[in-house]
Design a protein around this ligand. Structure first.
Ligand code: ACO
Length: 335
């Protein structure tokens, strides 16, 4: 087989993709009325103009189910035929059962093994690589991988350092064995650095700092971020991860038609483009509309890139992601 990422037994394809964005739009102008910020500051520093916010009754699995159904339809695969459902999320419906089990129940996939992956914004590519290995080894035939987050529930809406950056959403992909005329995942790479846990986290709500009245009062259930530190590591790590996946696929940056990076900040993406010496028109960007949707971001971008015709059959695409943990991952796909 053509992939150079570990001598796996059979090549794996992305058979279809899907997405779901909640209806409610929160603009920079809306945020100006909530915290001391401006459309100009947010646009200049991040590129973000709007983001979607889930309704109160919508849980992460509700977003995930909508994206999943969209991806299954796009792939022409029945939910009943799925062997595996992986949901990448840091905002699960509950501590347990896994959000993937709620998706299983809603879409009707009784054969599937279901579990969640916690790798923040890198989670979708972590999940995709797990699914790829299940399929490559023959342990599964058809897998559904979803990146879904309702970050609005863990944002401190009085903290201008974070509340302007994020939005809610879900993206999904269906994976199955590749055929001669299908797409093929050519390479995958991932890594983590637990030493930098403190620059991006939600400290409370787990076993370390349970949700006592005191911890809730201190807003320990909301996201804390050292923005500049995260920025610096995001640039360095996404650049080296991009190079690694391209190299493992036996390609060069010139061979990549479409770069699909994590959608956190336009300046991060522009710096990576500059350092890789790739023009920005080869980068897919939708953060203007949705902000950073965490695990969903790269999955939503992949779906929009392929449905808009930006990615065509035979094109090489690179996905690269970075998130809290720290975690990162990258993958090259021949579409
Ligand atoms: N509006 C107005 N002013 C603001 C805002 C705001 N929303 N937020 C911060 N500022 C102020 C700061 O208080 C600071 O003021 P000071 O100079 O008086 O102290 C000034 O703007 C500059 O702040 P910086 O943090 O230095 O601004 P920077 O240019 O670094 O931009 C940003 C901040 C956008 C957060 C940037 O650092 C960034 O994008 N970091 C990466 C974030 C990211 O990608 N996070 C997600 C990772 S993925 C995941 O796992 C969730």
């Amino acid at each position: 087989m053509s992939t150079k990422s570990g001598g796996l037994i059979r090549p794996v394809a992305i058979a279809g993709t899907g997405k779901y964005l909640p209806e409610k739009v929160l603009t920079n102008e809306d945020l100006q009325r909530m915290v001391d910020t401006s459309d100009e500051w947010i646009t200049e520093r991040t590129g973000i103009k709007r983001r979607r916010i889930a309704a109160e009754h919508e849980a992460t699995s509700d977003l995930a189910v909508r994206a999943a159904l969209d991806a299954l339809e796009n792939a022409g695969v029945a939910a009943a035929d799925l062997d595996l459902i992986i949901v990448a999320t840091v905002t699960p419906d509950m501590a347990f059962p896994a959000t993937a089990c709620f998706v299983q129940k809603a879409i009707g996939a009784p054969k599937a093994t279901c579990f969640d992956v916690s790798a923040a914004c890198a989670g979708f590519l972590y999940g995709m690589e797990l699914a790829r290995q299940f399929i490559a080894s023959g342990a599964a035939q058809k897998a559904l991988v979803i990146g879904a987050d309702k970050l609005s529930g863990i944002i401190d809406w009085t903290d201008r350092n974070t509340c302007v950056l994020f939005g809610d959403g879900a993206g999904a992909a269906v994976l199955q064995p590749a055929t001669e005329d299908s797409s093929e995942i050519l390479s995958a790479y991932s890594g983590s650095n637990g030493n930098l846990d403190e620059i991006l986290n939600v400290p409370g709500g787990g076993s370390r700092l349970p949700l006592t009245a005191e911890n809730l009062g201190a807003k320990l259930n909301t996201m804390k971020m050292a923005g500049r530190e995260v920025y610096r590591h995001a640039v360095q790590t996404m650049m080296s991860a991009a190079r690694e996946a391209i190299d493992r696929a036996g390609l060069t940056p010139d061979d990549i038609s479409c770069f699909i990076p994590h959608q956190a900040n336009l300046r991060i993406i522009e710096t990576i483009a500059q350092k890789l010496q790739v023009s920005m028109d080869r980068f897919f960007v939708n953060l203007t509309e949705y902000g950073n949707t965490s695990a969903a971001a790269v999955a939503i971008a992949l779906d929009e890139a392929q449905r808009s015709g930006r990615v065509k059959r035979g094109d090489h695409i690179l996905m690269v992601v970075f998130g809290g943990g720290l975690t990162w991952a990258s993958s090259v796909v021949r579409w």
